[in-house]
Design a protein around this ligand. Structure first.
Ligand SMILES: NC(=O)C1=CN([C@@H]2O[C@H](COP(=O)(O)OP(=O)(O)OC[C@H]3O[C@@H](n4cnc5c(N)ncnc54)[C@H](O)[C@@H]3O)[C@@H](O)[C@H]2O)C=CC1
Ligand SMILES: O=C(O)[C@H]1O[C@H](OP(=O)(O)OP(=O)(O)OC[C@H]2O[C@@H](n3ccc(=O)[nH]c3=O)[C@H](O)[C@@H]2O)[C@H](O)[C@@H](O)[C@@H]1O
Length: 440
């Protein structure tokens, strides 16, 4: 199929590369010339395992091209897939400026019949509005499809190629057949729905995942006070097939460009329709409190943060991505700095150049430099590199061996034996001291 993917971000670049790998002829358009220049030079703007190899392989084969030019991008295309950002606006509703700019460009540059699949996460009703706008001059010229994406950053290629399901919202048999053909290599159920249900499925899925995380964090906080162990609790409830084991990892709350944004969008949607969505407001409030709780733990152990040197290990919102959009680490650093603490931070892949003056921290070359003379360290991203730290060396370098672990990377008993004052999430200090049962 001759495909144009609009937007060369996490979703667009991955979609374009995989479609090309499946043998389609793909042009990927982005309106950021710097981004397109970097991609063409083999220096991808997003960190995603396996993606650089897939992009360069298909660029060499000429099955994947990049452009900023609309005429080049849409020439002879059968399908245009839109994957531009839909960031949260001030009022919680997604900002659809980029999407509508694309839709206007499509209307201006395409004359023949074309399929337009919206992969961006868009509010319920958007596909209908886009279809009305694009077809106002000639009915049926643009056939609109809602094709929400469920990949996760850090495992994007694998998720894209092995999804649990595909959801396609469409109105015509031609669109249905084209999507069946396009996603034929996938071995998963394909659900065909109307536009609105497809759009709602995307928000509902992300809000449910967000709710699960706020749920387990609440139980973790209770475990800390009631001398229980969140690992045993998560295992015990996760084995119930009605609950399931995924997304029950306690920590510092969810971040990233989507779970917070999409949960806020559902709150905004509820307000639009006058539907009580306080459940989602509470999910967001709990998520915010979880970040504050980490800083309170530090403050309590250090008797205040003024003048204290705090090492922050990890900035990305989770491992295997360089993305810091809504990263809990940045919110936590902000609080520590506000309370008078001095932060030295390290992340294996995040570019800290612009972030360090903005958030008022000192960047470190590696984890060991970050912890040197630190009064405490806070671990905020579960990078593999941190699993492999020489912990005795870390302890020796610190002013005092206080480690607040927002990701529960280490076994508490081992940390205790190594002489750390180790504070994980969801396991009380008494529990660590007294339990004979392994905790992590
Ligand atoms: N990041 C993720 O893991 C997932 C994101 N989504 C959704 O997919 C959409 C895209 O997300 P990301 O890829 O993370 O965004 P991103 O911000 O990484 O990429 C968006 C790209 O669109 C480009 N763009 C903006 N306006 C444009 C225009 N008028 N013409 C051409 N290009 C334009 C930007 O320059 C940027 O490169 C969002 O709606 C998001 O909610 C869905 C599932 C997963
Ligand atoms: O719409 C999107 O953009 C995507 O949003 C999430 O994917 P992503 O944001 O890449 O990352 P997740 O793995 O979901 O993690 C989100 C946040 O939750 C946190 N998390 C996740 C799982 C868990 O058990 N506990 C937990 O705290 C992570 O550390 C991270 O901060 C969804 O998982 C994807 O299905 C969806 O496509």
């Amino acid at each position: 199929m001759r495909i144009c993917v609009v937007g060369a971000g996490y979703v667009g670049l991955v979609s374009a590369a995989v479609f090309a790998d499946w043998g389609h002829d793909v042009v990927c358009l982005d309106n950021d010339p710097l981004k397109i220049g970097r991609i063409r030079a083999g220096n991808l703007p997003v960190y995603e395992p396996g993606l650089p190899e897939m992009v360069s392989r298909n660029m060499e084969k000429k099955s994947l091209r990049f452009t900023t030019d609309w005429e080049v991008a849409v020439k002879d295309r059968e399908l245009v897939m839109v994957a531009v950002g839909t960031p949260p606006g001030e009022d919680g509703h997604p900002n659809l400026t980029a999407l509508w700019n694309v839709v206007k460009s499509l209307k201006a540059s395409i004359r023949d019949h074309v399929l337009v699949a919206i992969k961006s996460t868009v509010p319920v009703g958007t596909c209908a509005a886009v279809s009305r706008f694009l077809n106002e001059d000639r009915e049926g010229r643009f056939d609109i499809i809602s094709a929400p994406e469920f990949l996760r950053q850090g495992s994007a290629i694998n998720d894209f190629m092995s999804p649990d399901r595909m959801v396609i919202g469409c109105r015509t048999e031609a669109a249905r057949q084209s999507m069946k053909e396009l996603f034929e290599p996938l071995d998963c159920p394909v659900i065909f729905t109307d536009w609105q249900s497809s759009e709602m499925i995307k928000y509902a899925a992300n809000a449910y995942l967000a709710m699960k995380i706020s749920f387990i964090n609440t139980i973790a906080n209770l475990c800390e006070e009631a001398d229980a162990n969140i690992y045993q609790v998560a295992l015990g409830i996760g084995l119930d097939r009605r609950i399931g084991p995924a997304f029950l990892k306690p920590g510092i709350g969810f971040g990233g460009s989507c779970l917070p944004k999409d949960t806020k969008a559902l709150v905004a949607l509820g307000e639009t329709y006058g539907v009580n969505v306080s459940l989602f407001q509470e999910v967001l409030r709990i998520n915010h409190e979880q970040r504050v709780r980490i800083v309170k733990k530090l403050e309590a152990r250090l008797e205040g943060l003024a003048g204290k040197r705090i090492a922050v290990l990890g900035l990305a919102f989770k491992a295997n991505t360089n993305d810091v959009r809504e990263a809990p680490a940045l919110a936590i650093i902000h609080q520590i700095v506000q309370a008078g603490g001095q932060v030295v931070a390290y992340d294996p892949v995040v570019d800290m150049k612009d972030l360090s003056p903005l958030y008022g921290f000192t960047p470190a070359e590696d984890a060991y430099q970050a912890v040197t003379h630190a009064d405490a360290a806070v671990l905020l991203t579960e990078w593999d590199e941190f699993y492999g730290l020489e912990l005795e060396r870390v302890r020796e370098l610190m002013n005092q061996p206080l480690l607040v672990d927002g990701r529960n990377l280490f076994a508490p008993q081992v940390m205790r034996q190594l002489g750390f004052h180790y504070i994980p999430v969801g396991i009380s200090e008494e529990h660590v001291a007294n339990s004979l049962v392994p905790t992590a």
